[in-house]
Design a protein around this ligand. Structure first.
Ligand SMILES: Cc1cc2nc3c(=O)[nH]c(=O)nc-3n(C[C@H](O)[C@H](O)[C@H](O)COP(=O)(O)OP(=O)(O)OC[C@H]3O[C@@H](n4cnc5c(N)ncnc54)[C@H](O)[C@@H]3O)c2cc1C
Length: 464
């Protein structure tokens, strides 16, 4: 059959789009969800089974539906749990919530569009008509759809260059993707671990190590050695940002925010107050200012904006205070085998001094891939065909203001949308649930409206 919509991806974005399509399409319409991850909807973020892996957004802001903001809290109530608006619950709970809400809609077969879940990797796609795209699947099949929504997330960052030449024997102790949590069970209780990167991923891995019985020394190395700040236990009220009317120089914008804090506004309230304006502000910035922000301000922005749940911050403080977690600020220079272990040398921040540290395990927590499309053969294939353009800032792929994919010819593709962090070049603030759910809803509404206004073509598809 020919689907009206194919959603490619298996994380939160894909499920948010699918749910909204189910609410907006009519029963004779059809959706295919193509994902290579068995836990549809959970993605990297919500599949962890560790209780200490908490949401970093309060429960009150985690509804999947922008028009039903209390839905996640209501689900908790349905489960007989007393979760308050400002609580930071385990991420696995959120995964269960997504699964439940999807299952409820799928049960309403008489009134909802048909949905087929296809467990496969999408390898590429080809336009085969004015409103028809053929998607090639890894197991050899093909699928045809009138609309395509790309919800591919961003891969994890590739390992830093000095580690790439380590001998094969050492590579078995190099954890490239820490989200495959299987590595934790291989680490000896007293082995030394060096984590590269000092953000939220690092914190998750440190706490997961400790929860798995690890007691050895943990070194954390990052360029600035900055740790994420914590959320207040009492939810803060956002305050509207007092920004210059027209001046969009980054230095002036940041100075205005600092001034607001100096005048007495709590910094968390200022950051949170900026959030509803961030996407618009980002789109108003000249490219040179965006580059300036990415070059100089991102690490500071990140630790203030992406904060730790209070309980998680307390757990991290305990590990820091027991003296077996050391944070180093510096630039990784070299890695070599040093039986036993792997020896890393780094240039300490603000000096020329080269320091060394040795660990049995090296774990790459340098964050999400922001380098665009290299992690995805699907996107590379689309680029080769001229169907997309990488974002010039290296933040994903180019889309227009309605999240339509922009092709090499500079024109938006009317039937291909992108949802989630791949659109960060256009929107910047588009990596978390409160933003993605709005984008998913808007994209589903556009597709539903277009399908309603254009009659179905009679192309037949071959799914093999
Ligand atoms: C550890 C962690 C914790 C987080 N915690 C929070 C939080 O508490 N609150 C919050 O708001 N946000 C949080 N986030 C942000 C999070 O990124 C978003 O909430 C959301 O999960 C992103 O989902 P996504 O579907 O866009 O991407 P992903 O979750 O990365 O999913 C993309 C999916 O697409 C699949 N895929 C990719 N390419 C193909 C292909 N070619 N064919 C088929 N399938 C493909 C992948 O296998 C993957 O399953 C967290 C992120 C992480 C990593």
């Amino acid at each position: 059959m020919k689907y009206d919509v194919a959603v490619v991806g298996a994380g939160f974005s894909a499920i948010a789009v699918t749910l909204q399509l189910l609410r907006k399409l009519s029963p004779h319409q059809s959706v295919a969800v193509i994902g290579d991850d068995p836990g549809f909807g959970r993605g990297t973020a919500y599949r962890s089974e560790f209780h200490i892996h908490r949401l970093n957004v309060a429960a009150a802001r985690m509804s999947i539906f922008p028009d039903r903001p209390d839905d996640f809290l209501n689900w908790q109530m349905e489960k007989g749990r007393s979760v308050k608006a400002g609580d930071y619950v385990p991420r696995s709970d959120f995964g269960l919530y997504l699964r439940d809400r999807l299952a409820e809609l799928l049960r309403q077969r008489q009134t909802c569009a048909r949905v087929d879940f296809i467990k496969a990797k999408a390898l590429g796609c080809l336009d085969i008509g004015a409103d028809t795209t053929m998607i090639r699947l890894a197991h050899g099949g093909e699928l045809v759809a009138r609309n395509l929504v790309l919800c591919l997330g961003v891969g994890s960052a590739s390992i830093p260059a000095p580690l790439r030449d380590l001998p094969e024997t050492a590579k078995s102790h190099l954890v490239e993707n820490p989200w495959r949590l299987g590595w934790l069970s291989k680490v000896g209780a007293n082995e030394r671990v060096c984590i590269l990167g000092s953000g939220l991923t690092m914190v998750d891995q440190v706490l997961a190590l400790r929860a798995s019985g690890h007691q050895g020394m943990i070194h954390v190395l990052s360029r600035r050695g900055l740790l994420p700040h914590r959320h207040d236990r009492q939810p803060v009220s956002p305050v509207p940002p007092e920004l210059p009317e027209t001046d969009r120089r980054m230095s002036k914008l940041l100075a205005a925010l600092r001034k607001q804090v100096r005048r007495g506004a709590p910094w968390r309230s200022v950051i949170d107050g900026l959030r509803p304006h961030t996407q618009t502000l980002w789109q108003e910035l000249p490219d040179a200012e965006k580059k300036r922000f990415l070059r100089h301000a991102v690490p500071w922005w990140t630790v203030h904006r992406h904060r730790l749940a209070p309980d998680v911050a307390d757990d991290l403080d305990r590990v820091l205070n027991d003296g077996r977690l050391t944070v180093h600020a510096g630039y990784l220079q070299q890695a070599e085998l040093s039986r036993p272990g792997i020896s890393l040398s780094y240039r300490a921040r603000g000096s020329r001094e080269i320091r060394r540290l040795t660990a049995d395990w090296i774990v790459n927590c340098t964050g999400m891939e922001r380098a665009g499309i290299d992690h995805s053969p699907f996107l590379q294939c689309m680029e080769d065909r001229g169907q997309l353009q990488p974002d010039p800032l290296g933040l994903g792929i180019m889309v227009d203001e309605t999240s339509r994919l922009i092709g090499r010819d500079g024109q938006p593709q009317h039937n291909i949308h992108v949802v989630g962090a791949l659109t960060a070049g256009r929107f910047w603030e588009i990596t978390a649930v409160p933003d993605i759910r709005v984008q998913a809803n808007a994209v589903a509404a556009q597709i539903a409206a277009e399908l309603a206004s254009s009659p179905a073509s009679d192309v037949r598809a071959a799914t093999s």
